[in-house]
Design a protein around this ligand. Structure first.
Ligand SMILES: Cc1cc2nc3c(=O)[nH]c(=O)nc-3n(C[C@H](O)[C@H](O)[C@H](O)COP(=O)(O)O)c2cc1C
Length: 324
């Protein structure tokens, strides 16, 4: 077994890690080698105090980046053993990865890894084609493989009940000037290494829409028309809601997203009902499940999505200063 990871291995894995999703594409992560282990930490300068006061979204995003790191290392034949929040006195260190026994990647790891550059948030309306049973099963398996659950809302009344919770959460958020200002700050009309380009923001919402969409300044659409016929809505949840549970949920989220991409499905995320504590509790009760909802997804077939920008690997690495 190798004694540690090298800078070259770190750089290669980070190229994949930064493709993970994050709230408003804030990319709240940093990576470094410490004692030959790879460490993933929160970037404190990239917190979103109004949208994410508890740090939940940062930990979900870092968990998703961690899943990509794990996949990249496994596919390179150098899988990692992972400790979450390894230092009690350094809560911003999300995970430490050290080499595990080298082995060949599995076909499943290879296909999920190949999906990393093809996964984008797809906020456009999906086609009416239903998501087939085998794809639904694979999505649930992806969540379970990462110690989480995925509840697919079946039937009009379940979707309508969820939609009511989500719309009311969205109204609560939109009443907050700090939330609105933060959202506006991360919408990009020109080239930028982070934030959400207006072109990726999906069409503008309309008053009759079933589900709320974040106002990323997307294109206008014909007034009065339904957004899409019958969305598949999925709720991802974890056993508990500690900081560690949220990192676990971030990894499960990324596994579900990559599984969906591999199955040719588009996904967009909808976290308003997670961000408002009362709505999250109402959602939990409506599902009748143990544990905590951590993300809601809209899943379906549609036009391919588009990539959003990322900071370069050099911008997110902390490398030790080598004495001259
Ligand atoms: C914790 C979290 C919450 C998110 N919430 C939403 C949301 O409510 N609405 C939305 O359209 N996208 C949401 N996203 C998606 C991000 O906006 C998206 O990941 C980011 O802009 C990068 O784009 P990409 O997913 O296409 O790579 C969320 C992502 C994360 C990780």
């Amino acid at each position: 077994m190798d004694t540690g990871f090298t800078v070259a291995q770190l750089r290669a894995a980070v190229t994949d890690a930064v493709r993970a999703p994050s709230l408003h594409n804030s990319q709240p992560w940093r990576f470094r080698l410490r004692d030959e282990g790879i460490e993933l930490s929160v970037d404190p300068a990239r917190r979103l105090p109004a949208t994410d006061p508890s740090g939940w979204g940062t930990r979900i995003a870092c968990g998703a980046a961690l899943f990509n790191l794990r996949l990249a290392l496994a596919v390179a034949g150098t899988p990692a053993s992972v400790r979450l929040r390894p230092y009690p006195t350094e809560p911003d260190v999300i995970a430490r990865l050290v080499p595990d026994l080298p082995r060949r990647p599995t076909p499943a790891e290879q296909s999920l890894h190949a999906a990393i550059p093809r996964r984008f948030s797809n906020r456009a309306p999906f086609w009416p084609d239903p998501v087939p049973a085998d794809a639904r099963w694979r999505l649930g398996e992806a969540a379970r493989a990462e110690q989480c659950w995925l509840e697919l809302l079946i039937g009009v009344s379940a979707v309508n009940a969820f939609a009511e919770i989500a719309r009311s959460a969205n109204r609560v958020l939109e009443r907050d000037p700090g939330y609105r200002a933060e959202l506006a700050e991360w919408v990009r009309s020109g080239p930028a290494p982070d934030g959400v380009p207006a072109a990726a923001g999906g069409p503008q919402s309309e008053p009759q829409d079933l589900l709320p969409a974040r106002g990323f300044g997307g294109r206008n659409r014909a007034p009065g028309r339904d957004f899409e016929p019958e969305p598949l809505v999925a709720v991802l949840g974890s056993a508990g809601n500690t900081a560690t549970d949220q990192i676990v949920a971030g990894q499960a989220l990324q596994r579900v997203l990559l599984t969906a991409t591999d199955a040719g499905l588009g996904v967009s995320m909808m976290s308003q009902p997670i961000e408002v504590p009362g709505a999250r509790e109402a959602l939990r009760l409506s599902l009748g499940r143990f544990g905590t909802p951590q993300m809601v997804m809209r899943i379906g077939y549609g036009q391919p999505g588009r990539p959003t920008p990322r900071r370069t690997v050099d911008e997110v690495l902390d490398l030790p200063v080598v004495p001259a």
